[in-house]
Ligand binder design. Structure first.
Ligand code: ATP
Ligand code: MG
Length: 432
């Protein structure tokens, strides 16, 4: 039979890597708890209309990156979520989560975009996202930025640059839009085909273009910041003030417009130069009008999403990164008849937080003690627990050190699980 493989651009995350994912997830969960963000889990499939309405029709995602299909049974138009802000907003509206106040939420999970696979860019990738609903103040924008910044510090990621910009309010964008269109019309010969097509539909997106031939014309285009009202500027300045007060360095990037339609006022990205072209590890902004767009009551909101693959890639090179959690013990028996007693002891140890692998012979037989100890060594465990005939008869177990002080062996009472657990547990393991 022909072997099947995973879909292009969609990766298996194998044990040699998945422990890093679990580690990062643990760190993020703790970070969210400390900032009072609660977890939300929404479906991976949503109605296509949610993304078309939410993200905007003239966006890369909606135009060409969505995995959309028709439900074979009822003909419904469905899409694998390409991002999760729209889904979270839908859930917030559907369940009236902001009733009586604001709501701070976070999520983890896979997203799907039909892009050209390359380093840091996949068709199934994973995001961690945080969204805060019901607060219009600039301090919320700052809180989200500070929260991401706290994560970089905790992870030991140093060369990450914060870029910020303000997109103002819809009316201000409209004026800027008119100015952009007339500017680009005057430079029509410098535009590529895609840009020409988008010029009248969504000219702001031209500023996002990565085409090197268009960079100089983009550089001189009218800047949105010059069209902002006093109120919008005040909001932007308040965000900056809080960042400065918290000693978070940033750069204002007037070309930062973000790929999605739903943003207003503050937008930001955390960018590193260490991942080649795929350098944005976290991106977000305010989206005060999305909730209405999706059929809810007007609700101010702000959020970000970070790409887990990209963060993990950075972490791999970082010195601060923790080592893989090790196995405490590997249990072997000299006679399969001892497993009944031995497994009682293992379960008691596990209940006390000790990690123990039980030896399992490939062919159902246990094999010689020597070959079992070899397996114990290969497992990476720090100790072998040996349930031999004499020991078991006395209610004891031998503890053999496989790493520090290799070969040292002592016997312990099986019934004294507390002291046995203390011997075996790795105090320095900070695996969450
Ligand atoms: P890019 O400009 O790299 O295409 P984007 O603006 O499309 O990014 P967002 O929609 O803002 O990305 O998603 C937030 C984050 O999710 C990105 O900053 C990135 O870290 C990550 N991300 C987005 N698309 C992918 C992908 N195809 N593969 C891996 N990570 C991704
Ligand atoms: Mg993209």
């Amino acid at each position: 039979m022909q072997r099947l493989s995973a879909v292009k651009g969609m990766n298996d995350i194998l044990p040699d890597d998945s422990w890093r994912w679990e580690w990062l997830e643990g760190r993020v969960r703790a970070l969210m708890r400390r900032h009072a963000y609660e977890n939300i889990r929404t479906p991976i499939v949503e109605p296509t209309a949610l993304f078309v309405r939410g993200l905007g029709e003239v966006t890369d995602i909606v135009e060409k990156e969505m995995y959309s299909f028709e439900d074979r049974l009822n003909g419904e138009a469905l899409t694998l979520r390409p991002e999760n802000t729209a889904g979270v907003v839908r859930a917030v509206v559907e369940h009236s989560l902001t009733y009586g106040g604001g709501k701070r939420l976070y999520y983890f999970g896979p997203m799907f975009r039909h892009e050209r696979p390359q380093r840091g860019r996949y068709r199934q990738f994973h995001q961690i996202g945080a969204e805060a609903f019901g607060y219009a103040g600039a301090e919320l924008d700052a809180e989200l930025i500070l929260m991401a910044q706290a994560l970089w510090s905790e992870l030991g990621l140093t060369d990450v640059e914060l870029q910020i910009n303000s997109l103002g309010q819809p009316a201000e964008r409209l004026q800027h839009r008119a100015a952009l269109i007339s500017y680009f019309e005057q430079h029509i010969e410098a535009l590529d085909e895609e840009a020409k097509q988008r010029l009248h539909k969504n000219p702001l997106r031209l500023l996002d273009s990565k085409n090197p031939q268009m960079q100089s014309v983009i550089e001189n285009a009218p800047k949105l910041i010059d069209y902002l009202s006093a109120e919008s500027m005040a909001h932007f300045e308040r965000v900056q003030g809080i960042l400065r007060a918290n000693k978070v360095p940033f750069r204002i990037n007037p070309r930062l417009v973000r790929g999605l339609d739903y943003y207003n006022l503050t937008v930001f990205e955390f960018v590193t130069t260490r991942l080649g072209a795929q350098g944005t590890i976290c991106a977000g902004g305010r989206y005060d009008y999305l909730t209405e767009q999706i059929g809810g009551k007007p609700t101010p909101a702000v959020g970000w999403a970070m790409g887990m693959e990209r963060v993990l890639e950075l972490l791999k090179e970082s010195d601060a990164f923790v080592s893989r959690p090790s196995l405490d013990a590997y249990a072997v028996v000299t006679d399969a008849a001892h497993w009944g007693v031995a497994m009682q002891c293992l379960q008691a140890l596990r209940a006390l937080g000790v990690s123990v692998q039980m030896h399992a012979g490939a062919d159902g037989a246990i094999g010689s003690l020597k070959s079992q100890i070899k397996r114990a060594d290969a497992s990476g465990a720090r100790f072998a627990l040996i349930f031999g005939g004499d020991e078991v008869a006395r209610g004891e177990v031998s503890v053999k050190s496989l790493r520090d002080g290799e070969g040292q062996q002592k016997t312990c009472l099986m019934s004294d699980t507390m002291s046995l657990a203390t011997t075996l547990r790795n105090q320095s393991d900070q695996h969450v």
